[in-house]
Structure formats: structure tokens, C-alpha cells
Design a protein around this ligand. Structure first.
Ligand SMILES: *Cc1c(COP(=O)(O)O)cnc(C)c1O
Length: 352
């Protein structure tokens, strides 16, 4: 079979989706499922929909258009604030976009009027992680302006933590968000039906909190696909953590010295060997490299060790494994490795 390939277990995705949906709904929280790590894969999108997800969310308009064109009947949300240059596409293909810039909302309003539709927005509030979001002190001003724009409906308030600076979505942050929401509702006569408190890092807050306050939505990707929360990277009980498997193939296997020999040129040799004896070892090369995935995010399922990689070669220490040319070698992937493998056109996607 073709390698490198990533095997995607759709049943495990279905299981994780159902379990997370029922877990979060036990405290009245709906989930939007983020498809960005799987590049808006339409087979996976269909599985998410069939297992109770009503809104799919992605950072990239190209992924959203892919899902839209596959005729899956689902609400589509754009996670990253729209690029001004894509405002027209966003209005055409996206039901709800997350926003933090009034100039962008103005563009959305322009195209919403052109197509005579109402585009829904969630306003993102900065609570300390310092990625996207309106500073709380500027929120009322932004809302005043956005309310006045035709074709735009503010349907919610959201925040995003832990993504850039690891700021924890704890009870204090969530209470702060709830308070902001209450004030806005009072002041502006807005319903604000979606209060989106965060992402897969909100799991520990959710499990421990006695009161979710106004929070009624989370945007979840990593927990569905990796089976983990993201604050500590711990598995969530009863979820599959092995939805994806990367399969590669041995293209060379030989007994070779463990240390390079000859004059080492300092600018070329970036693989400083960690072997200190000159003993020979079985080394294998796998037909995968930096152009296929994030090598540092791979964990071999066999007892072998990754020595290093170049664009197209992955070099391993076979240890006690007698690997032969043509053997398939399997790896678990972390989020970054999955992201790059799904993005690489050199890695085949196989559904099991
Ligand atoms: C990616 C993303 C999410 C989902 O994050 P996970 O860690 O995959 O759950 C949620 N919100 C925003 C704004 C995102 O960019």
C-alpha cells in the first residue's frame, strides 16, 4: 500500500465526538468542532455532523469552501478574523465569523448588503493570552459601531485563551467573560445567544467549575482528534488518543558506524551525533521527511529511535529491530505533526 500515508479512523472520531458532545451538554455547553487540523476534510466533516455537531469551524476560508461545496448541511464558522481581502468570500460561504476589527466588520457589512444577506458575527474579547481579541475597555465602542452596520448581526461574544501564551481559562477568566456579557446585554439590548468561552484547553475549567455562568459554547478541535485536553496535554477519559496513524516505509537498512567520519564542516553538519562510541549499529532510512510532517512530533510505535531527518529522509536507530527494506513503520503523531501531515500533499489520506 502507498506510503507515507495517514490512516484516519472514522469510528474513533465518531466516538470522541459523541462523548464530548454529551459531556459538554451536561452543563449546557454546545460545541463547534474545529476542522482546521484536518484541513476541512469532508469525509471527517460528515462524520462530525452525523454524530451531533451542528457547527463546523475552521480558520481558513479555503477549508470552509471545501465543506460548503461538499453539500454537507451544517452551519459554518470562521475561527480566524477574516482577511479584508477575503471579506466577500466570507460573506458568501460563512454563516458566522469571529471578529476583532471594526474595519473588517465594515467590509463584511458592505458585501452582506451587496448579496442581501445577514452575516452573523461573534466578537472576540482579549482576556490576556494576547492573540486575537478586542480589549474589554474598547468593546462597547466596537459594539456601538457594529450595531449600526447593515447586514451584520452580533450573535455572540467569545474569547480565546491558551493558544499563544498559555494563559489558563480558569474560573476567574470565565467569570470575567460572563460579567462582560451581562453588561453588554443590559446596555445594548442584545440577546447574544452564543457565549463561546474557548477551546480544548477549557476542559479542566469545565470539569471543575460549579457554575459555567453565561458560557454556553466552546470551539473544540484537538480534543476530538487527539483525545486530549490541551492545558496539560492529558488524555480525556474514555476518548481515543490514536485516531490517526502515520505509516512509512524502510528504504535503506544497513549496519553503519554510529558517528559520521571525515572532516565535519560546521555549516553543513547540523546533526551533532549524540553517540560517543564508534560502535556500528543498524540504521534505517524511512521514506518520509520534513516536507511530509513535523518529525519532532512523531512517536514510533516500535522500539526504535529517531536520529534525525532531512527533507525526504528520516534516519532511525533500529536498536534491536531487524528492519528490512519495504517494512512498514508506524508512528503516533502529536497535533503539530498531524497538522503538517494533513497539509502535505505528499502524505496519502486513507480512511479506516
Ligand atoms: C483552533 C481554534 C480553536 C480550537 O482549538 P483546539 O485546541 O483545537 O480545541 C478554537 N478557537 C479558535 C479561535 C481557534 O483558532
Amino acid at each position: 500500500m502507498i506510503t507515507p500515508r495517514i490512516e484516519i479512523n472514522l469510528d474513533k472520531i465518531a466516538h470522541n465526538t459523541r462523548l464530548l458532545k454529551s459531556l459538554y451538554s451536561s452543563k449546557g455547553i454546545s460545541i463547534m468542532c474545529s476542522t482546521k487540523v484536518v484541513c476541512g476534510d469532508t469525509k471527517i466533516a460528515k462524520v462530525l455532523l452525523e454524530n451531533g455537531i451542528e457547527t463546523l469551524a475552521d480558520s481558513r476560508i479555503s477549508n470552509i469552501i471545501k465543506i460548503y461545496n461538499s453539500k454537507i448541511n451544517v452551519q459554518l464558522a470562521l475561527l480566524r478574523t477574516p482577511l479584508v481581502s477575503q471579506a466577500e468570500l466570507v460573506v458568501k460561504y460563512v454563516d458566522i465569523s469571529l471578529n476583532s476589527e471594526i474595519s473588517v466588520i465594515k467590509e463584511l457589512s458592505k458585501y452582506a448588503q451587496k448579496y442581501n444577506i445577514t452575516h452573523k458575527i461573534i466578537l472576540m474579547v482579549e482576556l490576556g493570552d494576547l492573540r486575537e481579541g478586542i480589549m474589554p475597555s474598547d468593546l462597547e465602542d466596537t459594539i456601538e459601531k457594529a450595531i449600526a452596520m447593515q447586514g451584520i448581526k452580533i450573535v455572540g461574544i467569545g474569547t480565546n485563551l491558551t493558544c499563544f501564551n498559555g494563559i489558563e481559562p480558569d474560573d476567574e477568566k470565565m467569570k470575567q467573560l460572563s460579567l462582560i456579557v451581562k453588561n453588554i446585554r443590559e446596555k445594548f439590548n442584545l440577546t447574544l445567544e452564543i457565549i463561546s468561552g474557548g477551546n480544548s484547553a477549557n476542559y479542566n475549567w469545565f470539569m471543575s467549575t460549579k457554575d459555567v455562568g453565561e458560557i454556553n459554547n466552546l470551539r473544540i478541535g484537538e480534543s476530538v482528534f487527539m483525545g486530549c485536553e490541551t492545558l496539560y496535554g492529558k488524555p480525556i477519559p474514555n476518548l481515543f488518543t490514536d485516531v490517526f496513524t502515520l505509516i512509512t516505509e524502510v528504504i535503506e537498512s544497513k549496519i553503519k558506524p554510529s558517528v559520521p567520519y571525515g572532516a565535519i564542516h560546521k555549516d553543513v553538519s547540523i546533526n551533532i551525533p549524540k553517540f560517543h562510541n564508534q560502535e556500528s549499529m543498524r540504521r534505517a532510512i524511512l521514506g518520509i521527511g520534513l516536507q511530509d510532517t513535523r518529525i519532532s512530533g512523531l512517536t514510533p510505535m516500535l522500539d526504535i529511535e529517531i536520529i534525525g531527518a532531512t527533507s525526504d529522509h528520516l534516519i532511525i536507530d533500529c536498536k534491536n529491530q531487524n528492519l528490512q527494506v519495504g517494512n512498514e513503520i508506524k508512528f503516533n503523531l502529536n497535533y503539530e505533526a498531524l497538522l503538517s501531515a494533513m497539509t502535505s500533499s505528499y502524505v496519502a489520506k486513507v480512511y479506516v
